[in-house]
Design a protein around this ligand. Structure first.
Ligand code: ADP
Length: 428
């Protein structure tokens, strides 16, 4: 787990204009967020392409390009801030960093096709600030933001409070609010803790990196299908929990189960297709399509077999004549089993957070626990929240589960990062 050094949670009354920068997705994104102070905000944003050459060149060239993009944004798109106001910026940098302060963290290694030279071990905030200063841009990078922390902040601003921000998209991870006294790895003395308490700073947001839970493979009930998915992944023996839950892998687990049933002569008369044979040939979005008929009152529920048959033939290349009605129902059921297992594991992270923060204790009666969640699974996968809630009832009981509020918290790397910059300014 990684301390974020974030010790302010918004309530919705925060105001001001902040910048947010997001590097690590498909594009570099620059946003200006205006917090209106009534749990609402407005945002202007612009995306900038990061060329393949920049991704593998000198790191100073990359950061000069980033600073140039901020400059372009401020001059071409404009800003609401006054001339002499120094704009605070929250930097979402979605690569592994060792965070050492709210506005400091060194790069551990690159991922996602980036391989810039002379970057590992450097402070990425300093790299950005130096590049901004070289161009005399009146902007201060005041927070280095993990996207889960941003998600937590965005949900807190909208809801007035938030216990945990979680992402269930390509990968999965979560951040939650922990008592400072429990963060033993920070090495705070009794005096430090007392002083923090006096200042109302007796908590900190912790980035759990829960996707890496049980990499040692001691707890989770792995199947042969999970082992196969892990073995051919780019990071074997890493992100064990994530590989049973998130969008990048659920389709791949489903594909492996279907292939097993094909090879056992149970499905599709023992025939597969090119798409089903290909690694990552079954996108998790296809699971949403296969299971759409199981959503009560959906248009697809009128004739489930017809709908599933069209998905199997159009997206997986099956020959209509080879697919029986029983194949259709079985294929959708496999998807439902894999997806439900994923949602039940996701519920374990929620339940663990509730227990760790004492939300299941008698003295917590009445306390509402907000989970701000983001990602395609939360947004699009049919009945994701319902499946999570059903598992929560088993894990925590009806009464505690009722106090768990799951809200969709979008754009942690935009408004969430801006809120981190605001928190940094408030903590100064
Ligand atoms: P990211 O996590 O990269 O920011 P997303 O939250 O959009 O982005 O997650 C992308 C992942 O979600 C992909 O792995 C994709 O397979 C999966 N996905 C996309 N659409 C759907 C859908 N309709 N149902 C289920 N999973 C989906």
């Amino acid at each position: 787990m990684i301390p974020s050094y974030l010790q302010q949670i918004p309530h919705g009354k925060e105001k001001g204009t902040f910048l947010a920068l997001d590097l690590g997705g498909t594009n570099l994104r620059v946003c200006e967020v205006e917090l209106l102070g009534n749990s609402k905000w407005t945002m202007r944003q612009q995306k900038y392409k990061v060329s393949e050459a920049l991704k593998v060149g000198e790191v100073t060239d990359l950061f000069d390009y980033i600073a140039g993009s901020v400059d372009h944004f401020l001059t071409e798109i404009g800003t609401n801030a006054t001339e002499d106001e120094k704009l605070h910026l929250g930097f979402t940098f979605s690569f592994p960093v060792l965070q050492t302060a709210l506005a400091a963290g060194t790069l551990i290694n690159w991922t996602k096709g980036f391989e810039c030279k002379n970057a590992i071990g450097k402070d990425v905030v300093q790299l950005l600030q130096d590049a901004l200063d070289r161009k005399h841009i009146h902007v201060r990078c005041s927070a280095l933001v993990n996207d889960t922390c941003g998600t937590l902040m965005a949900a807190a601003y909208e809801r007035g409070d938030c216990l945990c921000g979680g992402i269930f998209g390509t990968g999965t991870n979560g951040a939650y609010v922990e008592d400072l006294a429990k963060l033993t790895k920070m090495g705070y003395s009794k005096e430090d803790l007392e002083q923090s308490k006096a200042q109302g700073l007796d908590f900190m947001v912790v980035n759990t990196e829960w996707g890496a839970f049980d990499n040692e493979r001691k707890v989770l009930p792995f199947t042969v299908f999970d082992s196969r998915v892990d073995r051919i992944s780019i990071n074997p023996r890493k992100q064990a929990y994530e590989k049973m839950i998130s969008g990048m892998y659920l389709g791949e687990v489903t594909r492996n189960v279907l292939l097993h049933l094909v090879d056992s002569q149970v499905l599709f008369s023992g025939y597969s297709t090119k798409a089903l044979n290909a690694h990552y040939g079954l996108d998790t979005a296809l699971m949403s399509a296969l299971e759409a008929p199981f959503v009560p009152n959906s248009t697809e529920s009128a004739d489930p077999v017809k709908h599933i048959r069209s998905v199997l033939t159009s997206s997986l290349g099956f020959d209509d004549a080879r697919v029986t009605d029983a194949d259709c129902i079985a294929a959708a059921r496999v998807s439902e089993i894999v997806g439900t297992r994923g949602a039940r594991f996701a519920a374990c992270a929620v339940a663990a957070t509730v227990r760790q923060t004492g939300g299941d204790q008698a003295d917590a009666d009445g306390r509402e626990m907000v989970f701000g969640l983001d990602g395609s699974l939360v947004e699009f996968y049919p009945r994701f929240e319902q499946r999570v809630r059903d598992a929560l009832v088993e894990l925590l009981g009806e009464d505690v589960t009722k106090r768990v509020k799951i809200v969709l918290a979008k754009d942690g790397s935009g408004v969430g990062a801006a809120l981190c910059a605001q928190a940094a300014q408030a903590m100064e």
